[in-house]
Design a protein around this ligand. Structure first.
Ligand SMILES: [Fe+2]
Length: 318
């Protein structure tokens, strides 16, 4: 521990002096996470030292240490496997998004921005970084069911018939069905809740189940709000994009109607902190986009405007 303390104090100070970054900030970013690991591993070092002093085979304590190292090696092996599985999950997610993007071009940008908003909102809601990351991943997939919607309907520029609108609405259930073989292996219940229920409304007038209030899973309420804000500020061929201020006002106006009031309050606080996702064009620029998609003709499959829900209007779904 003395070695760790001396070593990290010197390294932190050296980085602080050379980069000008506040000392505390350097410690928090580079060293703090290591401290816990050192603390937890120090009893293990003590145990190994004792093992060395207590030979079980022959007169050499090294054999005892080696016996201890076998389970340690396996722990490390399984940890690597866990990391590899998580990477496979992320890759699967990207593949699925690529498949959807091949059908609907703006999808990736939409899903990334929705996921970024949802992550910030989840962080504020749960104060839990890991949970926020889970919701981020789920939000990336929220519209994956659109893969199963015929392009003639998905990309139709004009008004939808009632039957077509019903077909679009089915993307929630279709998405859950699509991922069902991976249930409990790669995608947990949270992912399904987001895909299935992100179009439910606080007042119970959403779909597919017409759930209301607290009956809607929290993660779906979070992604639903993020989805609505992104869609409002994106614009569609049949309506202009709203400014961030107009979209915020709409979200606030529909607090307790479409959206969870508690989430609207948190969203307002976040919005006032001017996050990168607040303004769509700034977001695009930050992500390396060079055009202004809010003025581009976009597939008109859906938006999340909360102002209307009648079939054919395309104003209440996404
Ligand atoms: Fe959707």
């Amino acid at each position: 521990m003395a070695f760790f303390a001396t070593n990290t104090l010197l390294v932190t100070t050296a980085i602080h002096l050379s980069s000008g970054t506040p000392w505390k900030e350097v410690w928090r970013k580079n060293i703090k996470w290591l401290a816990l690991s050192y603390l937890l591993l120090s009893p293990l070092a003590l145990l190994l030292a004792r093992a060395y002093e207590t030979p079980l085979i022959g007169n050499w304590g090294g054999w005892t240490v080696l016996l201890f190292l076998v389970p340690l090696y396996y722990s490390r092996y399984y940890w690597d496997e866990k990391v590899r599985l998580e990477q496979a999950f992320d890759t699967t997610l990207e593949v699925l998004m690529n498949a959807l993007e091949a059908k609907e071009k703006q999808t990736r940008m939409h899903s990334e921005r929705v996921a970024d908003i949802a992550r910030d909102l989840a962080k504020a809601f749960y104060n839990d970084e890991a949970k926020a990351q889970e919701i981020y991943r789920a939000a990336r997939l929220h519209d994956i069911g659109k893969i199963a919607i015929p392009e003639a309907v998905l990309l139709k520029p004009g008004k939808l018939t009632e039957a077509e609108f019903d077909l679009i609405k089915s993307h929630t259930k279709l998405g859950a069905e699509l991922l069902s073989p991976a249930r409990k292996v790669a995608f947990d219940q949270l992912v399904y809740n987001v895909i299935l229920y992100h179009h439910e409304r606080w007042d119970g007038r959403g779909y597919p189940e017409g759930l209301a209030g607290q009956d809607i899973p929290e993660e779906a309420r979070i992604v639903g709000l993020a989805d609505a804000y992104e869609a409002m500020t994106a614009g569609r061929p049949y309506r202009e994009a709203k400014s961030p201020e107009e979209a915020l006002k709409e979200v606030q106006d529909f607090s307790g109607v479409q959206f969870d009031p508690k989430l609207v309050r948190l969203f307002t606080v976040l919005w006032n902190q001017n996050p990168i996702w607040r303004d769509r064009e700034a977001y695009l620029a930050a992500k390396g986009g060079s055009v202004s998609p809010s003025t581009l003709p976009q597939p008109s499959s859906e938006s999340s405007l909360p102002s209307s829900s009648e079939p054919g209007s395309r104003t209440s779904e996404s």
